[in-house]
Design a protein around this ligand. Sequence first.
Ligand SMILES: [Zn+2]
Ligand SMILES: [Zn+2]
Length: 274
Amino acid sequence: MSLRFRVLGSGSDGNATLVEGGGARVLLDSGLGPRQLAERLQSAGVDPTALDAVLVSHEHGDHARGAAGFSAKWGVPIGGTEGTFAAAGLPREKLPTLVAIEPGQVRTFARLSVRAVPVPHDAARPVAFIVTDGDVTLGHATDLGHLSRGLVDALRTCDAILVESNYDPAMLRDGPYPWSLKERILGPFGHLSNDDVARLLEKGLGESCRHVVLAHLSRKNNDAELARMAAEEALVRGGRRAVQLTLAGVLGTDWIEVRRPGPPPGASRQLRLF
Ligand SMILES: [Zn+2]
Ligand SMILES: [Zn+2]
């Protein structure tokens, strides 16, 4: 079995990631307008009505902006924590279905399971999502101020990880934001820096991890090449050169396929010998 995923938008203009596997399709975050989201789904070859759910990580506009409109227009159930629903002011009476998924809980769509893991961010009850078809697993973690033990343990089980690499610390410190906003981003409930992600990639990846996507890069406080270099160097230090690294731009990524590796070369030959 396998999963595939495709980032449809990334960064403060709007985040959304489409995941397919186990006979289901879910959208993680819906920070683009409903029309734009439908267009990007269609250009990925997916009809909006074919989604099983739109799951929202937290109420900030760049993750939740289009969720209610999209859900109402296309009849797709919307999911998230009660804290997210309340803080986003999602109009329950106008939405087809609300799927509550609290931290630690699992919701299953066909054979695709989604687990919510709490993350430290300045939102009502934000979560990361761990998605699996029972064979391969994707971790989706954005936005968060630091890497908690619980999240690192969850990410260690993943064959593919999408993680935010929001800012370069020097660019943020020297950049145009007011100090109060810099403090919020740098703080334990803000966002992850390139250095935070480097530590995760050097020491926190599970043996089976083969894909890493860097997402939610700040336009003002980061540079794609700095983020890529920090991640590549960390993968080399961690002995993980085989991991495929992808940067998600504002328009997202192409499809990324996540499969279990086949048997090592020679395994079948050896069988034939005996
Ligand atoms: Zn946020
Ligand atoms: Zn965000």
